[in-house]
Design a protein around this ligand. Structure first.
Ligand code: FES
Length: 107
């Protein structure tokens, strides 16, 4: 199990744990944080952008860079930052242990 610190839209920070192999989105949802869900949620097939999160710089540099589909969709998310990712496209693993994740603005 690896630990994450998730900042909610309210500013509250939650410490959660996840199992390697799940998507980052699933780890966040399994912890009871529903903010990565939106009404247009695509179920994790990289077509809605409601799972936008921002990673801390160090964590973002330890994981594979976004693929073409993710990059295309990141073009339309609100308040995109250099370390913005779609949580459904990030595979959770030990390299994200201790990561700080900010939930993106609501779409
Ligand atoms: S859940 Fe739709 S792009 Fe991630």
């Amino acid at each position: 199990m690896s630990k994450l610190f998730v900042t909610l839209r309210s500013g509250e920070v939650r410490e959660i744990y996840g199992t390697a192999g799940e998507s980052l989105k699933q780890v966040i949802l399994d912890a009871g944080i529903e903010e990565v869900h939106g009404l247009t949620n695509c179920g994790g097939c990289c077509s809605c952008g409601t799972c936008h999160v921002v990673l801390d710089d160090a964590s973002a540099s330890r994981i594979p860079q976004p693929g073409e589909c993710e990059l295309d969709l990141l073009e339309i998310v609100q308040d995109r930052r250099p370390t913005s990712r779609l949580a459904c496209q990030v595979r959770f693993g030990d390299e994200l242990n201790g990561a700080r994740v900010i939930i993106g603005p609501e779409r």
